[in-house]
Design a protein around this ligand. Structure first.
Ligand SMILES: NC(=O)c1ccc[n+]([C@@H]2O[C@H](COP(=O)([O-])OP(=O)(O)OC[C@H]3O[C@@H](n4cnc5c(N)ncnc54)[C@H](OP(=O)(O)O)[C@@H]3O)[C@@H](O)[C@H]2O)c1
Length: 211
């Protein structure tokens, strides 16, 4: 059992809390207004507690960032000292430009590397940005384990994350250091383009090999 702090109790935060709660982990949501009635049913479903973000993050062994990108810098910097903690960044740095959804950073930078810069000493792993929240809630429904690529600088942190991903039905695939988040964020965008282009949201990429 691990203490998992999930910062942001929206679609992704709720789905991951449901899945990891089912696997027996201690889930703590970090939200701006813990007293807001909208968090009650979600917390009950996931058997989770609801706390201010910095309290949840300080208690968590693993801290999951499930915030909109536009809120990320201020909210992440307010989490306090996360040195030594495993931080999962599942955010896509999305921006609307000329009426089209795209990435705010890329090619020579990534949201995940920016997060690592805002959280000195945290063990940041980029993953869970390449499927919809529906898949995260219950990936075991698929006939093949959905692939879940991850990038991070530290093998120990990626080991923890790989285990957590496997527990909720994914096949973790380690693509290397955190710099490779520069590949994962556009890959997430490819999922979004297909989803918005008519494929819908309840599907995932898989990795297959010949028999
Ligand atoms: N939705 C998906 O299928 C999906 C899939 C993969 C990755 N992602 C990425 O995951 C992230 C979250 O997406 P989502 O769909 O879960 O978003 P969402 O449903 O809009 O939820 C965002 C959550 O963040 C909270 N929040 C906003 N500003 C905050 C702040 N300053 N401090 C603390 N909490 C704050 C919101 O709380 P309030 O209720 O208080 O506003 C809300 O609970 C995004 O970066 C997105 O790109 C989404």
């Amino acid at each position: 059992m691990m203490r998992i702090a999930i910062i942001g109790a929206g679609r992704v935060g709720g789905a991951l809390a449901t899945a990891w709660g089912r696997a027996g982990h201690d889930i703590r949501f970090g939200v701006r207004d813990p007293g807001d009635a909208k968090h009650r049913s979600l917390a009950a479903t996931a058997a989770a507690s609801v706390q201010p973000p910095a309290d949840a993050a300080s208690a968590g062994e693993v801290v999951v960032l499930a915030l909109p990108w536009r809120a990320a810098e201020e909210a992440v910097k307010a989490l306090g000292d996360l040195r030594g903690k495993v931080v999962i960044d599942c955010m896509n740095p999305l921006v609307m430009r000329d009426g089209e959804l795209g990435l705010a950073v890329g090619f020579d930078a990534s949201g995940a590397e920016m997060i690592a810069g805002w959280l000195p000493g945290a063990r940041v792993v980029k993953t869970l940005n390449q499927v919809g929240a529906e898949t995260m809630a219950d990936a075991a429904r698929y006939p093949i384990r959905p692939a879940m690529l991850m990038a991070g600088d530290e093998a120990g942190a990626k080991g923890v994350v790989a285990h957590l991903l496997s527990e909720i039905g994914f096949e973790p695939l380690d693509i290397g250091g955190l710099k490779r988040a520069r590949l994962l964020e556009p890959f997430g965008m490819a999922w979004i383009a297909l989803a918005m282009g008519g494929r819908g949201r309840d599907w995932a990429f898989a990795s297959v090999k010949p028999a």
